[in-house]
Design a protein around this ligand. Structure first.
Ligand SMILES: [Zn+2]
Length: 106
C-alpha cells in the first residue's frame, strides 16, 4: 500500500473523501461510489521543470561548473523532485480525475 498525506481530496463523482492509499500500479478507488480514480496528470510537468531549475541553481550556487554542474544537478534533481512531490501531495494535492485506463507509475 502507498499512503501519502491524510486523505482529503474529494471524489469528482460523489464528493466523498477518497482513501489516500492504494496498491502500487492500481488506481485509487472511491470508498463510497467505487469509482476508479487517478490524480490529475495535467500540470505534473511543472514539478519536473521546477526540480530541474532548482537542481541547476543549487549546483551553480554551490560552485559547480561545466560537467561538474551537470553531475551535481543530476544528483540534486532526485532530492529536489522528491521534496517537491512530497510538498505538493502534502499541501496542494492534485484533484482526482476518472481513471483513464493507462498504466499507473508508482
Ligand atoms: Zn465517489
Amino acid at each position: 500500500m502507498i499512503r501519502f498525506a491524510n486523505p482529503r481530496v474529494p471524489c469528482p463523482f460523489c464528493g466523498a473523501v477518497v482513501p489516500n492509499e492504494r496498491c502500487p500500479g492500481e488506481p485509487y478507488e472511491c470508498a463510497s461510489c467505487r469509482a476508479k480514480l487517478q490524480m490529475r496528470k495535467k500540470g505534473s510537468g511543472k514539478l519536473l521543470y521546477s526540480a530541474v531549475a532548482i537542481s541547476v541553481a543549487v549546483g551553480w550556487v554551490g560552485g559547480a561548473r561545466g560537467l561538474g554542474l551537470v553531475t551535481a544537478a543530476a544528483i540534486i534533481f532526485f532530492v529536489a523532485f522528491g521534496v517537491l512531490v512530497w510538498l505538493q501531495l502534502r499541501f496542494f494535492p492534485p484533484p482526482f480525475e476518472p481513471y483513464d485506463g493507462h498504466k499507473i507509475i508508482g
